[in-house]
Every structure is written in C-alpha cells, then in structure tokens.
Design a protein around this ligand. Sequence first.
Ligand SMILES: N[C@@H](CCC(=O)N[C@@H](CS)C(=O)NCC(=O)O)C(=O)O
Length: 229
Amino acid sequence: MARLALVEKGLRFQRRQIDIMDTNEQFEPWYVALNPRAVVPTLQIDDEVVTDTIRIVNRAQTMAGPDLSGDETTQGWLKDIMALHYGVLLYRNRLEPDGTAPQIIARGLFLKKLAKDRADLAETTKARLDGNRRFQALLQSPDEIEKHLDATRSLVDRLIAAVNDQPFVAGKNYSLADCFATAALARFTTHKLEDWWAGTPLEDYYARMKARTSFVVADVVDTGTERDL
Ligand SMILES: N[C@@H](CCC(=O)N[C@@H](CS)C(=O)NCC(=O)O)C(=O)O
C-alpha cells in the first residue's frame, strides 16, 4: 500500500526490505529506533520518520506530484481496508485439526525468548505476546474466523458498488483509496478469493489497476506464499 502510494506519487525512494518472517529484522535495535512498535512499514524523509501506513501515504500525498486525495470517502476507505484482519485470511487454511496454527505457536515461542533476551523491548514484546494469544484463540473459533471473512466480503461488496458507477474507488480520479484497494485485492487474490468479485465491475477495475505501471514498479504480488508478499 505504501509503496504504491509513493510510486503513484512519482517520488524517488530507496527501498529497504525488512525480513519480518525469517530473521525478524523488525526487532533489530536500529529498526526499533525508527519504528518503536517494531512493525513495517516505515518511511524516512531526511530526518523525519513516519510510521503507520495511513500516516505514510497521507504524508506522501502532501509532497509534489499528482493529487491522490480523492473525494470525501478516501480516508474512510483507508481506515476500513486497513482494519481487515489479513492474518485470518492467511492462516485459516493452515490450521491443525485442533485449530492451532504451527506458525503462530512458533511465533509465540520466539516472542517469549525475545522478551527474556531483550529487556529494551519489554513493552513491545508484551503487546505482541498478548496479540499472539488473542490470535491463537481467534483461530480456534470457527465463528470468529467466519466473522472476519464476512467483514472482508462486505468490504469487497462495497468496492464492487463503488466502482460500478465511477472509474476509481473514491471518485473520478485515482487516489490513495485505489492504492489500498489494489493491495488488498492482490492479497485476496493470493488467497484465491477472486470468485468473490468475478463477473462484477471490480474484475475490470482490478485488471485496470494491475495494468498500471505502478503495480510492477511497487512490486505488488498476487500469487505465491506469504514469503513472496
Ligand atoms: N497498522 C499498522 C500495521 C503494521 C503491522 O502490523 N505490520 C506487520 C506486517 S503487515 C508487521 O510488521 N509485523 C511484524 C511482526 O509481526 O513482528 C501500519 O499500517 O503500519
């Protein structure tokens, strides 16, 4: 989402990939100094450090380049698309019969060790361990999983309605809402959910977004596994 906004804005930037899967680079002291919650993404502009995707894209929007502000619905779209539980989509098909996910359990063990080894990260690791426990409980509840799937599907339905009578999600012009919608649709495609919008105006919309140079330049992927994201 952030990369798409920077590319669509025509900004030159240096990309630094943080490996949050294998080496857990997000907890390296140099990165935590930039992003105290130890999450991606982070944008640095000279001495200014911006964290949180919505803040990053809005900051990018203030810079020179095309106006990506869209209409009065843009900020609502950013919030709603960001609020979906992407982890549920990723792990719901990888559960053991008892509803546990090996990757989430391994993550819990990693975080416990990190909490022991890195007193400097006490607050961060505590919040993450709580989140990990909540996530494990959620994945063991089919009703909860269904609730998040329903929320995702409702958002897709709202996107279908939005692009039914206008070319872009937030009006006549390409906006930040399209950066978010494109990245979300790419993720849903990775999880093989394209049937949700097949034969609707959103199919044509996503094809148009994929045909934009930014899709390739920002390295948006809609196939493969989470390691390819
Ligand atoms: N709403 C935050 C979410 C940040 C976030 O949770 N990032 C995830 C990846 S999508 C992350 O860095 N996770 C690292 C980890 O789980 O340790 C934002 O937009 O910046």
